[in-house]
Design a protein around this ligand. Structure first.
Ligand SMILES: [Zn+2]
Length: 174
């Protein structure tokens, strides 16, 4: 059995508890796995689960399409982009990010939708938005004659249509 980091007794048990996270004017609640010491009562939530919760909140904020300075900053930090990284992907100077996040400028809707795509792609493990932006930065060579495989492409397109949207779970090209 695990030893408590505070009282050193071996009475740590696995529990689940409701945890709250306040972000962008909303309170998000989720049940998280945790450990509680039966002797001293110390409750420990592992950082990995807190991180998952934060990422899940980011997905909700992204799906709601919130366009506010708070939402922009939350999405950027939850998806672990530095100001410089995101500025580079958006092809703007890093100061722009600062102006949007401080409210000096209204958040640019195009920048916001790119950031939303990045957040949803990160959650789905599909980095299509990031790939597109990277390709623009470093174009790949396209040969003059290109053979394509239509059937694979149809399957890929069907998957792409399901991307990040509960409303489109039925494949449009089935
Ligand atoms: Zn203890």
């Amino acid at each position: 059995m695990k030893t408590c980091s505070r009282c050193q007794k071996t009475r740590v048990v696995q529990i689940t508890l409701d945890d709250n996270l306040d972000a962008c004017g909303h309170t998000f609640t989720a049940q998280l796995p945790a450990e509680r010491c039966g002797a001293c009562g110390l409750v420990v939530i592992h950082g990995e689960n807190v991180r998952k919760f934060e990422q899940r909140v980011a997905v909700e904020i992204a799906k709601a399409g919130l366009r506010s300075k708070e939402a922009f900053r939350y999405l950027r930090t939850a998806s672990k982009f530095s100001v410089e990284e995101l500025a580079s992907l958006l092809d703007v100077s890093p100061e722009f990010i600062g102006y949007w996040e401080s409210g000096d400028w209204p958040v640019d809707p195009r920048a916001n939708s790119v950031l939303i795509s990045l957040v949803l792609g990160q959650f789905d493990g599909k980095q299509s938005a990031l790939d597109c932006l990277s390709v623009l930065r470093e174009p790949r060579t396209l040969t003059r004659k290109v053979r394509l495989h239509i059937h694979d492409a149809m399957a890929q397109a069907a998957k792409a249509l399901q991307f990040g949207s509960a409303a489109r779970t039925a494949p449009a090209l089935a």
